[in-house]
Design a protein around this ligand. Sequence first.
Ligand SMILES: [Zn+2]
Length: 272
Amino acid sequence: MNTKYTNLLLLLCLLLLKNTIVLAQSANAPFPWPEGKSVAVSLSFDDARLSQVDTGTALLDRYGVKATFFVVPSSVEQRLEGWKKAVVAGHEIGNHSLVHPCSGNFLWAREKALEEYTLEKMQTELQEANQRIQTLLGVTPETFAYPCGQAFVGRGQQTKSYVPVVAKLFTAGRGWLDEAPNDPAYCDMAQLMGIEMDGKDFDEILTVIEAAKANGHWVVLGGHEIGAEGPQTTRLAMLEQLLQYANDPANSLWIAPVGEVAKYINQQRSGR
Ligand SMILES: [Zn+2]
């Protein structure tokens, strides 16, 4: 082989090596959260339960923290003034479907069972829910939470995922009872992991946040009622400790609604 080709080969090898190093670095580099923060956390609450605006938003507002409320329009109507105040305070209103369909394995969902749904019916209802929320509150949801965390319609060999419908209509879709935080460099916005915060004390939540901080991940917490105690209830005591922790700059935590974090990640990923 003459010198010219040897040099060319050497140059190619160096280029390949350089690209490999750059790729390895970008895979290992911590995700660039705003202001050099180490971890992102989103608080989200489902179903537009009455306690969310009767009790919860006052606490959130006292700490200046914005959450995401995934609402069902018919429940919003029961506390319309409270929800309007929540919007004015800057909380995000997400879509949680029109009638909260889940597997008919739940007796209460038998008349609105996902097993009997089609993708067309699901899309129509999600759009109708958006329109009703727009009429009630003047905002159009950009994010969605899967009722019961279930993302299918039909049954057996005819089962279909409605994740693509959610991906088409929303910036993000959140699951439920998931086990892990989201890796911002990789996660699918239409299937974000949602970790339960109902019934947990602050130490349990802190463990989740500290593990996520070690990897620069995004913790999306999900809850239902907000109160002192009870089933499916995010504890006020836990929430207050979490809000104090989030507001302490020493903890290097970015706390923001699901849609805001999702959009920020999308911008970073697209290189803007
Ligand atoms: Zn729900």
